[in-house]
Ligand binder design. Structure first.
Ligand SMILES: Cc1cc2nc3c(=O)[nH]c(=O)nc-3n(C[C@H](O)[C@H](O)[C@H](O)COP(=O)(O)O)c2cc1C
Length: 205
């Protein structure tokens, strides 16, 4: 499949990737992705996303340990067959992904002069999600995979990465060349959760 063939292909083939080849991602490729994602929409044009590229192996190991603790705790919340299935899922790809990015939201930056955030301050975080989604598709165009890891304690990640206190964690992203491509989400293939019909999420008033 040529992932750039059409927008429909892009949307249908974008996956959350956790199985990477360990080949490096050229710095100029990453730079290009981040530059495109930086054009994402943001409330008041605030661009509140802050990107920490985690290169230090010691910090990477600490984040992975944080994931393991959070994942073990999450596993304890399931019982029986569901617990067995949860234990079999691969929910991150720290070991091989060449690029690790922690995406943060600066909650009280000057840019945008608070337009659109007085009644809904969470719009800053939503803007950062739009950054991640653009990055996800930009990666897919290049044949790169992105995995979004949320099974982490933000307090631990903040401390490991020594970020300012007014930054909140949006997600930890792993980027690299995928081992394989699929049109069906990994969680669906594993029998955890299928997609449900779009009609169930549409309402008219
Ligand atoms: C906000 C967000 C957080 C996610 N966190 C995780 C995670 O911690 N671990 C994981 O394996 N997948 C995570 N995912 C990926 C979802 O499981 C995945 O998007 C979903 O199963 C649909 O699969 P697809 O992205 O391949 O279409 C996350 C996705 C989103 C949007």
């Amino acid at each position: 499949m040529n992932p750039a063939r059409s927008f429909e292909d892009l949307v249908r083939w974008r996956r959350d990737v956790r199985r990477f080849r360990s080949d490096p991602v050229a710095p100029e490729v990453l730079e290009n992705l981040l530059g495109l994602a930086d054009l994402s929409p943001s409330v008041g044009n605030s661009q509140p996303w802050r990107i920490v590229e985690v290169r230090d192996q010691h910090r990477r190991a600490e984040i992975q340990a944080s994931f393991k603790r959070a994942n073990d705790q999450a596993a304890d919340g399931y019982h029986g067959q569901k617990a067995e299935l949860y234990g079999s899922l691969k929910l991150a790809g720290f070991d091989k992904a060449p690029v690790h990015l922690a995406i943060y939201c600066e909650q009280d930056g000057e840019q945008g002069a608070r337009l659109g955030t007085r009644t809904m301050p969470e719009m800053l975080s939503y803007s950062c999600v739009s950054f991640v989604v653009t990055l996800w598709y930009a990666a897919q165009v290049q044949g790169l995979g992105l995995g979004w890891v949320s099974i982490l304690q933000p307090v631990e990640v903040n401390s490991i990465l020594a970020v300012p206190p007014n930054w909140t964690l949006i997600g930890y992203l792993l980027i690299g060349w995928p081992e394989e491509e699929h049109e069906v989400p990994e969680l669906e293939r594993a029998g955890w959760q299928e997609r449900t019909p779009a009609s169930a999420r549409r309402f008219v008033r």
